[in-house]
Design a protein around this ligand. Structure first.
Ligand SMILES: C[S@@+](CC[C@H](N)C(=O)[O-])C[C@H]1O[C@@H](n2cnc3c(N)ncnc32)[C@H](O)[C@@H]1O
Length: 279
């Protein structure tokens, strides 16, 4: 892997939807500075500073940073598990932003990895992320039908979307799922949950209203709902963060809170969760 950290990074103007990547980048950066870091993704912190974006300048509460880091870790684990079972898999990270997942997962060279995002974001990705064999940046709007065509059709695929769903309408996200399950012979799709109440709060609260205005999906409460969007999908696992073992060093107050939340799946799914489907 090579990367020239001395290179000055010239940022193109990003659209408001593209700029949403800063929230998750800042979350992982701030998490990496914590004594109880969940993800330990110090590269995210380096990238944030390199592009002139100080994670301290954005109001990301500690709980939000931990939530972002936790769901990144859970999706990393989905990808790692799939690659371990399918060493010649194709990985798709849709709406990849400036996420360093490919560095964290470090797939073998038998894997082809596609980071897909809108053109402005891909321009920045190419400047700030390390180059690596078999990693491909795809500049595309995932709602366009054509971007998938050049990707292999004969290999198992693991597809993750971290924070993409809210920016597509339900019809667009459904059409995307249908195209993905139609393109690859088999695989898995995993994304973070978006409870409907969380979408409503995002749109109403003054501090998040600007972000809420970009949200076009109403969210979903039942992890089986995406099976109705695409009948090829079958829910394999609902990963509820509150029910997972706490990372080492987690303060007792967080452990106890999580344990209480985790007593009820209905409550736990209102917090961080990843839904994993096979097709
Ligand atoms: C909240 S950010 C999450 C970024 C990244 N997954 C992460 O965890 O840091 C949402 C990302 O989705 C991308 N996005 C939104 N709509 C998109 C679309 N129609 N096609 C491709 N990417 C899209 C944005 O550009 C942005 O990078």
């Amino acid at each position: 892997m090579t990367k020239d950290h001395t290179m000055a990074t010239v940022l193109p103007a990003l659209t408001p939807v593209e700029e949403t990547l800063y929230v998750t980048l800042a979350g992982r950066a701030l998490d990496s500075r914590s004594r109880f870091s969940i993800l330990g993704d110090t590269l995210s912190d380096e990238i944030a500073l390199e592009i002139g974006y100080n994670p301290d300048d954005i109001v990301v509460p500690r709980a939000k940073a931990a939530d972002v880091a936790m769901r990144s870790k859970m999706l990393d684990d989905v990808v790692r598990g799939f690659i371990a079972r399918n060493p010649d898999a194709v990985v798709l990270d849709l709406g990849a932003g400036l996420d360093t997942r490919v560095v964290r997962v470090a797939p073998p060279e038998t894997v082809d990895w596609y980071d897909v995002d809108l053109p402005g974001v891909v321009k920045v990705r190419e400047q700030v992320l390390p180059h690596r064999a078999n990693v491909h940046a795809v500049a595309a709007d995932v709602t366009d039908p054509g971007w998938l065509d050049p990707l292999p059709r004969d290999r198992a695929a693991v597809i993750v979307c971290d924070g993409l769903l809210p920016f597509l309408t339900e019809a667009e996200f459904t059409a995307l799922l249908n195209r993905l399950t139609g393109h690859f012979p088999r695989g898995e799709v995993a994304f973070n949950n978006y409870p409907r109440y969380a979408v409503r709060i995002l749109k109403r609260m003054r501090s998040t209203r600007a972000l809420g205005a970009l949200v076009r999906h109403g969210g979903f409460d039942d992890p089986h709902e995406p099976e109705r969007w695409d009948p090829d999908l079958e829910l394999v696992e609902e990963m509820l963060a509150a029910r997972l073992p706490a990372p080492p060093g987690t303060p007792m107050v967080y452990r106890l809170t999580n344990r209480l939340i985790g007593l009820s799946p209905a409550l736990a799914r209102k917090f961080t969760a990843i839904d994993r489907y096979r097709f």
